[in-house]
Every structure is written in C-alpha cells, then in structure tokens.
Design a protein around this ligand. Sequence first.
Ligand SMILES: Cc1cc2nc3c(=O)[nH]c(=O)nc-3n(C[C@H](O)[C@H](O)[C@H](O)COP(=O)(O)OP(=O)(O)OC[C@H]3O[C@@H](n4cnc5c(N)ncnc54)[C@H](O)[C@@H]3O)c2cc1C
Length: 397
Amino acid sequence: MYDVTIIGGGPSGCLLGKNLAKKGFEVAILEEDPEIGQPMCCAGIVGAEGLKEINLDPESWSLRELRGGTFHCPTGETVKLSRGRTEAHVIDRAKFDRDLAEKAVRAGAELKLKNRVRGISRNEKGVTLLVKKRGGSEEVKSRMIVGADGPNSLVARTLDLMKNFSPTIAAQAEVVKKSESRNAHVYLGNDLSKNFFGWAVPTGDIYRVGLGDKNGNVVRKLINFLEDEPSLPEDSRKKIVRLTTGLIPTPGSRKIYGERVILVGDAAGHVKPLTGGGLYLGLSIVEIASEILTKALEGEPTEENLREYRKAVSEKYGKEFKMGARVRRILQKASDDDITEFLKLLTVPEIRDIILKNADFDNHSKLFRELMKNGPSLISAIGTRKLMKYLGWFAKT
Ligand SMILES: Cc1cc2nc3c(=O)[nH]c(=O)nc-3n(C[C@H](O)[C@H](O)[C@H](O)COP(=O)(O)OP(=O)(O)OC[C@H]3O[C@@H](n4cnc5c(N)ncnc54)[C@H](O)[C@@H]3O)c2cc1C
C-alpha cells in the first residue's frame, strides 16, 4: 500500500514524486511509456525567471537562451520586442524530463515504466488501480492517487473531474537549420489558425516550427505553413527530421481535486491560457500541491481535506487564468485587420515602454493590468476612438 500513486512520469508527476518522497511518504510513479521524455512534442520554451522560482538550474538541458520575440502580422509585417537580456530558455525536453525523473528516484520514489493504468476504483480506505504491464495486469493500492497523466487524463475522465474536453490540437516539425539566432517567432492570422498561433524557435542545429488550432487537420496546415511562409528557413518542408502532434488542454476545464485524488500539470489544465505553455505553471502549482498533500496525508486525503488545493491555486493564479483567457477570447474573435492593428500597437513608444517595463514571460496578467491602468494616459498616443475600441473589446469578453 503506497501513500500516493502518481499516474504519469512527465515533469509534473516526477517533481511531485520527488517532493513527497523527500517528506518520507511511500510514493509510486506509474508511466506507460518505456522511456521517460519520449515521445516528445514540445517547443520547449521556459521563462528564465520562472525556472529560478521553482529552483531548477537550466545548465544541463538548456539548448539556447532566448532574448526576444518577433510577432508576424497576417499582412506579413513584423514587430520585434527585446530587452536585450535572457528572457527564456529553449530546452532539451527529453533531458529535462529525465533529470526530474532521476531526482524523484534519488529521493526514494519508485518509478515503474511500461505500467499503463487502465482502471480506477475507490472505497473509504483507499484507491485501487488496475495496471497493465509486461506479462499481464496487477492491482496497485494506495491511500490516494494523483492524475499527472497529461491533457487527455484517464484519471480526470474516470473520476468525473473533466468538465469538458476541447483541447487545442498542435503539430510541430523539427527542421534542420543551423542558426545563431536568439529570437523566437510567433505567427498570428485567421488563415494560419483561427484559435491559436504558429511558432518558429531556434535551438542551434534545429528549428522547431509548429502551430495549433481547435479544428481541422493541423498537420496539413503545418505542412502548408512550412511550404508557404517566406520567413521560415529555406526549403523547410524538405528538411523535417521529426513531425509530432500533441494536445494542449483548456485551462479551467477540470475540477482539480476529489475524494482521494488531485490532478496536476496538463491533466489539471494548468497551462497559460494565452500561449498554452504548461511547464512553468504546471511545476509551480506542483510546489503548491506538495505542501497541501503533505498536510492532507498526515490525516486522511478526503475531498474535504484536499479542497484547500483549489483555493491555494486560485489565490496564486486565479487572476492570471482569468486575464489570459480574456485576451485569448479577444484574439480568437479578432479579424486579420484587428490582429494587425493590435500588434502594431506594440510599436507605439508609450505602449512599448509599458511592455518593456512590465512584461513577464510567465505571468501575463501584470502587463495587461498595467496597460489598462495607463489607458487614459495613452489617449494622446493612440487617439480616443481607438482606445475606446480596445477597452470595448475587454468590456465585452
Ligand atoms: C506542440 C506543443 C508545444 C508545447 N510547447 C511548450 C513550450 O514551449 N513551453 C511550455 O511551457 N509548454 C509547452 N507545451 C506544453 C507542455 O508540453 C506541457 O504543459 C507539459 O508536457 C505538461 O507536463 P505534464 O507532466 O503535466 O504532462 P505530460 O508531459 O503530458 O506527461 C504525462 C505523462 O503521463 C503518461 N500517461 C498518460 N496516461 C497514462 C496512463 N494511463 N498510465 C500511465 N502513464 C500515463 C504519459 O505517457 C506522459 O509521460 C507544449 C505542448 C505541445 C503539444
């Protein structure tokens, strides 16, 4: 009987496993794949400040420091933003995941590869998992479980914690192209993606080029993008060495706790609403979950005793989720002309100043609050009519 069984050996499951094992709990991590970190579908961008906050030193898995971003308007025009300092790291995701898994095992967690959870039953004493492994099946019993099993979480679906399932579908190609660039590219426009965006990120020897959307054949869209977008490395389509697809969950689409269960990471929908990035946010919330579970496991991990988890997450990230979702909804409804107009605002000196002073790679709400606060003083820069139009967008969503 384990104290906690964590389903999923991704970054969220392994960090939580490490933290709880360090506190002396009996922890098992069940991972369906034979190897940690594979298969990988991720652009691998993580904010430098965020990594510091969660005490992770990027040295062994950072491939490239990013210093700025270029936004591509639907018209093809570009807007570049940079403060001339390291904002984020592009990481080797497989190494990153393995590093966290090794830390969990060193702390005393038991990592079981090729163990796929297929069924869950609960009673007043604990949780029993039906696990498929080489040579058959077995039952794994524990006092509570954690769903760290990604966007299409079996734990969330089985235990009625999934309120709705409408993920963004994403596809990414790794394109061979040497580059010294420290600049990431973001592409917006309704022809490319009605609900999300495209990206191109240099890692040194490879460019990671991808896009997401809620509907349609994203792989086809990505291939068209690679063929048609003139700012991508030449002949990108012919230089793909890896093509992957993945899902990005919608924040707020899950209840994150229940009787003898919590969800973390993508399984909980803990990704940034605006960009879908889940590494920093997922791991930062795992730190919160570690504290709450440590207390709950001193008694019984009942739904009542786990309620605190939702409260603590809302306190730290509630505003971030709300504001990010609002801006995402505005962008989803915007016409190509509106998107271009919106991106060109970034070139207005007064707005640019506020952005460069307040932008935070991992916490977007601070910047949006600051822009709203400065609304009246921006009248002379962009004119009353435009300002009212933008404030109207916010008011309507
Ligand atoms: C195309 C794309 C690009 C992205 N780019 C970025 C980025 O640049 N920056 C960023 O911060 N985030 C990015 N993300 C999001 C990021 O990849 C996720 O937020 C992150 O992987 C979440 O980690 P996790 O541990 O919660 O889940 P996962 O990494 O999904 O791990 C879940 C694990 O659970 C295992 N599992 C699932 N079901 C079972 C089961 N039944 N039994 C046992 N094991 C199971 C899986 O095999 C997997 O190993 C991107 C996502 C996509 C799709």
